[in-house]
Structures are given as structure tokens and as C-alpha cells.
Design a binder for this molecule. Structure first.
Ligand code: AHG
Length: 283
């Protein structure tokens, strides 16, 4: 997988350059979920597609920005599922955004995710890579190279609460639970970009990120293959947990369609235990 990680490092610099220099307008197309695409979404997708075209270990690519699977090599071993520029609608207000990569071997389902990576484009470029065998490793871009900074381990209990979805559409038990965390002293940290929001919780030791089922989005908003499953590996390998609203591990999800979404909760052990109690989930 070294060739895949090297490719991700290269595309990180290219996408960062595009963010800093390119037109922020809308393209004329929509993505496969019917959302308007920014020119930057399309361009970031192209950068990744081109970069992986000659990586022999990659069998296929699946992009959050496109319908279908792009077959690359019959002899390749891995399928890379990616969200080229998550939170791209935040670029115009100069907040951090990110790219997410899930590396699957075999059918596209949680148990077959072998590694994941994400890039944060903020004041600095950071990269995190995790495998089934390793804790998430943090890298910082310096002088056009990524310097390894160290492993990420989360605490049993954190202080941050990142609660997604429109409150008006939350279920009563979810609202009560989120309020109870604030009553305990948790601080609100939510930018609207999944990558920087989950990254902040990981690096600051812990807390909870939630995107629940809501009345307007019963299956949540975040996509299983490109967003949720790759971050579930990050959190579990950092010593935390990642579950859905039935208490199932997100790493066991079996999407029936590449663009399926799911309610999701990522957090330290304490917050996930509290969530299970609030949601009436046993075990
Ligand atoms: P987009 O790429 O359309 O900006 O969406 C961002 C995603 C994800 O990054 C973030 O966690 C979530 O949408 C925020 O959604 P809400 O605004 O509904 O909380």
C-alpha cells in the first residue's frame, strides 16, 4: 500500500494548490447525490483520478463526486473510495476542508477496509494514515514533503461536542443527550466540515462527533464508503469508538449502494457509553 500512500501525499499538495488558486464558482454539473458541484470538487476529483491511473496496486476508484466504479487494473488488489474535497462549501469562507480515502480489499464493505487516510487543508496541510495494524499516524507538510509527527491516541473521555444535523429535526432523545453533555461542561466545536471536526476531536484527546438520524434525513447525511467507514477505522485504531444509532460498529457496515449514508457517532469510550444509555442501546 506504500504506493497508494505516496500518491495521496502527492495529490494533497496538488489539491491544496488548487484550493489556494482556483475559481470558487459552481460547475454546471451535479454529483450523484444531486448536490451542486463546485468547480473545485470536480477539479480535486480529476487530480485524484489522474494520480491513481498508473498505480498498479489499485484495481478501481469510486468517487463521492461520481456515480459508478472506475476500473483501472484487473491485476490491482485495492479499491480506493474517496471524497476528493469534503466540506468544499466552506472554502469561500476560508475554513478548513479535507480529502478522505478508504482503501478496500474485496467487496466494498466495512470489514474489507484495510486502511484509510485523510488530508486536512487548513493553515497547514496535515495527513493522517491508519491501517488495521497501526494507530493513526499524523504527518505535517513541510518544504513540499510530509514529516511524520507521531501516533494519535485518544483519551477515555474528552471535552468537545460536535453535533451535526439541523436541531429542529433532531429526535427528542438525541436533543436531551446532546444537552446533557453541555450540562456536563462539554464545549461546542462544529465547523460543518467533517474532516476538521473529527480531526480536532482526535488531536484534542477526545469528545463526540454526531450526525444522527433526523426527520428530514432519516439515514443521516454522511456517506458510508467515502466518509464514515474510513473515519471509523481512524477512531477505533486511536482507541475510541464509532457506531450507528443501533449500536453497530460502523466498521461492520455493508452498504447496498456506494452512495448510501448512515447516522453516525464517533467518540471516546465515555461519550459512546453515554450515547448508548441515552439511545437505549444495550451492551
Ligand atoms: P458539504 O461537502 O456539502 O459542505 O457537506 C459537508 C458535510 C460534512 O463534511 C459535514 O460534517 C456535514 O456535511 C455538515 O452537515 P450539516 O451542515 O447538516 O451539519
Amino acid at each position: 500500500m506504500k504506493d497508494i500512500f505516496e500518491t495521496i501525499k502527492n495529490v494533497a499538495f496538488e489539491i491544496d494548490h488548487a484550493i489556494k488558486t482556483e475559481d470558487l464558482g459552481y460547475s454546471e454539473s451535479e454529483n450523484s447525490s444531486g448536490e451542486e458541484q463546485l468547480k473545485l470538487d470536480v477539479q480535486s476529483d480529476l487530480i485524484i483520478e489522474k494520480a491513481f491511473a498508473n498505480v498498479s496496486s489499485v484495481k478501481a476508484l469510486v468517487s463521492e463526486e461520481k456515480e459508478g466504479v472506475l476500473e483501472l487494473s484487473k491485476t490491482g488488489r485495492y479499491t480506493v473510495c474517496y471524497d476528493p474535497l469534503d466540506g468544499s462549501s466552506l472554502v469561500d469562507v476560508n475554513l478548513s476542508v479535507g480529502s478522505i480515502f478508504g482503501i478496500y480489499e474485496g467487496e466494498l464493505e466495512g470489514k474489507n477496509l484495510v486502511a484509510s487516510a485523510y488530508v486536512v487543508y487548513g493553515p497547514r496541510i496535515e495527513l493522517v494514515i491508519a491501517t488495521r495494524e497501526s494507530k493513526p499516524m499524523l504527518y505535517l507538510a513541510m518544504d513540499s514533503k510530509f514529516k511524520q509527527l507521531g501516533e494519535i491516541t485518544m483519551n477515555e473521555k474528552g471535552k468537545l461536542n460536535a453535533s451535526g444535523g439541523t436541531q429542529q429535526h433532531w429526535a427528542e432523545h438525541h436533543k436531551t443527550f446532546i444537552d446533557s453533555l453541555f450540562q456536563e461542561g462539554y464545549r461546542l466545536r462544529y465547523s460543518g466540515g467533517m474532516v476538521p471536526d473529527l480531526h480536532q476531536i482526535m488531536l484534542k484527546g477526545g469528545g463526540l462527533f454526531s450526525y444522527p438520524s433526523t426527520t428530514d434525513k432519516p439515514e443521516g447525511k454522511l456517506r458510508q464508503l467515502f466518509e464514515v467507514i474510513p473515519f471509523a477505522l481512524m477512531y477505533e485504531q486511536a482507541g475510541a469508538e464509532a457506531i450507528d444509532d443501533r449500536g453497530e460498529r460502523l466498521l461492520e457496515l455493508v452498504p447496498s449502494h456506494p452512495h448510501d449514508t448512515t447516522p453516525c457517532f464517533f467518540g471516546s469510550k465515555y461519550e459512546i457509553a453515554a450515547l448508548k444509555t441515552a439511545y437505549g442501546i444495550n451492551g
